[in-house]
Design a protein around this ligand. Structure first.
Ligand code: ADP
Ligand code: MG
Length: 454
């Protein structure tokens, strides 16, 4: 019963906290007991205990209650004999930390767990990320520090975290004694605030200054958080002075992070700044092929039809996380129903993802393109003129707005200079009526639609 509800809850949590959070924080939890309204979990480390109980306890409690386990409180404890936690078990995330001989009994670095799957081997290199990859490789060799910091930036899901973990894995393998610390900027802040609260700021400073390699992920998070920035700045300088390697990631370039102190911006720009560009078709296909190869091992009976990966690489352009999610679902689904993975199956099973990644056409774009096509001014498109040469294109734009976007009639009305929804409806009807008899109009519509969706 315990196992069953926890299994169910884990699935729900995977959905609500996301894959990465799940792998880092939920997966390592072991449900010990569930009695008298108290769910007790075992966690591998103190740091994880604090983090999980702060960030996920309530969600876990709610989910457990929802599946019928009456839970009032959720508790986390760390097993007393530390050797129970394997340092390098494949299935569990490794920790980016070494036990320090110097700093007393709680000597563990407060790093975040590393995802064992994020290695250089599993990172597919293409034009958009080759520079970032090369720089990360260089740092992972662990030679003399040549650029400090290495600053990686790029949009969500493009592989920043993957690369940082890969560097940590590689360094740890090459030099097991190296003190490598990986954590998110959010965790940095959390540790800092905790140290302030518990009056352990000296210990905090000492610990962060004792690492050999510091990696801080998603540094944009500390924008606007003054005292955390201040502390980060000092930590950063102290390590640079000692010639210790620092790697930072963010979702944008240092100069573009709002509410970040100037002196920090300029410090961050001192080393090597490289960006991960949005994926291109080849890279997406490469990633899909690699993933599919893994799945072939996992589901040897499954057949994958030609063209499916190409189709996905073409259609899902948002980010790699979505792309991976799509493939995972596709294989799971196909193996459940025991069918070959074909284009049809992919379209069925991934309809929601495909729809969401369809290019979104905006009403403004439609108005602009239609105005251009009929050679009228954009202001006339929205304005009150009723002459046919303007009213007709306007109706065409209304029609396209209704068929190409999900906007409602009143919304469309607002974008057309605050017209009433009945006016919009009339315009749409007019075009629908005309296009069956007016071949020029129907041609115009086809062309505009292609242009806008292209
Ligand atoms: P970010 O930190 O930039 O938001 P992540 O590093 O978390 O992105 O990457 C999101 C997902 O996409 C991860 O599962 C990661 O393994 C995968 N991924 C991203 N880029 C690549 C790549 N070039 N090769 C293989 N997997 C990738
Ligand atoms: Mg990331």
């Amino acid at each position: 019963m315990i196992e069953e509800s926890w299994g169910q809850v884990r699935n729900e949590l995977l959905k609500s906290v996301g894959k990465n959070n799940f792998a880092s924080w939920i997966e390592p939890l072991k449900l010990d007991t569930l009695e008298n309204g108290i769910a007790r979990f075992e966690v591998p480390t103190k740091f994880m205990r604090d983090w999980v109980s702060r960030n996920f306890a309530e969600q876990i409690r709610q989910h457990l209650t929802r599946v019928g386990a009456e839970v009032e409180r959720v508790e986390f404890h760390v097993p007393t004999q530390r050797d129970a936690a394997p340092a390098k078990a494949e299935a569990k995330p490794n920790r980016a930390s070494r036990n320090a001989p110097r700093a007393g009994d709680d000597a563990e670095l407060p790093g975040a767990p590393l995802d064992a799957r994020f290695t250089f081997d599993s990172f597919v290199v293409g034009k958009p990320n080759e520079l970032a990859h090369a720089a990360a490789r260089r740092v992972a060799e662990g030679g003399p520090v040549t650029f400090n910091p290495l600053f990686l930036y790029g949009g969500v899901g493009l592989g920043k975290t993957h690369l940082m973990h890969a560097v940590a894995h590689e360094l740890q393998t090459r030099q097991p004694d190296l003190r490598v610390l990986y954590l998110s900027a959010e965790q940095f802040m959390y540790r800092f605030v905790q140290a302030l609260r518990e009056k352990e700021i000296m210990g905090f400073k000492e610990m962060f200054r004792s690492v050999d390699v510091l990696m801080v992920d998603d540094v944009q998070f500390i924008a606007g958080k003054e005292s955390t920035q201040e502390e980060f700045f000092h930590t950063f300088n102290a390590l640079v002075d000692q010639n210790k390697q620092i790697i930072i990631s963010a979702d944008r370039a240092p100069g573009e992070i709002k509410d970040l102190e100037e002196r920090i911006k300029s410090r961050l720009q001192c080393g090597l700044v490289v960006d991960l560009h949005p994926t291109d078709y080849e890279l997406r296909l490469g990633i899909l092929q690699q993933k599919a190869e893994q799945y072939r091992g996992q589901y040897p009976a499954l057949k994958l039809a030609n063209g499916v990966l190409e189709f996905l690489a073409h259609r899902i352009t948002t980010n790699v996380r979505v792309l991976e999610g799509a493939l995972t679902r596709l294989f799971a689904f196909a193996s459940l129903v025991g069918r070959e993975i074909t284009l049809d199956l992919a379209q069925d099973c991934l309809a929601d993802i495909l729809r969401a990644s369809d290019r979104k056409v905006t009403i403004e774009e439609i108005q602009r393109k239609v105005a251009e096509h009929y050679n009228i001014r954009l202001s006339d498109m929205i304005g009150p003129k009723r002459v046919r040469t303007i009213a007709r294109p306007r109706q065409v734009a209304m029609y396209l707005a209704k068929t190409l976007t999900t906007r409602s009639l009143p919304e469309i009305g607002r974008r057309f200079g605050g017209r009433d929804h009945t006016t919009i409806m009339h315009g749409i009807r007019k075009v629908e009526e005309l296009k069956t008899t007016d071949s020029q109009l129907s041609e115009d519509l086809n062309m505009l639609r292609r242009l806008l969706e292209g």
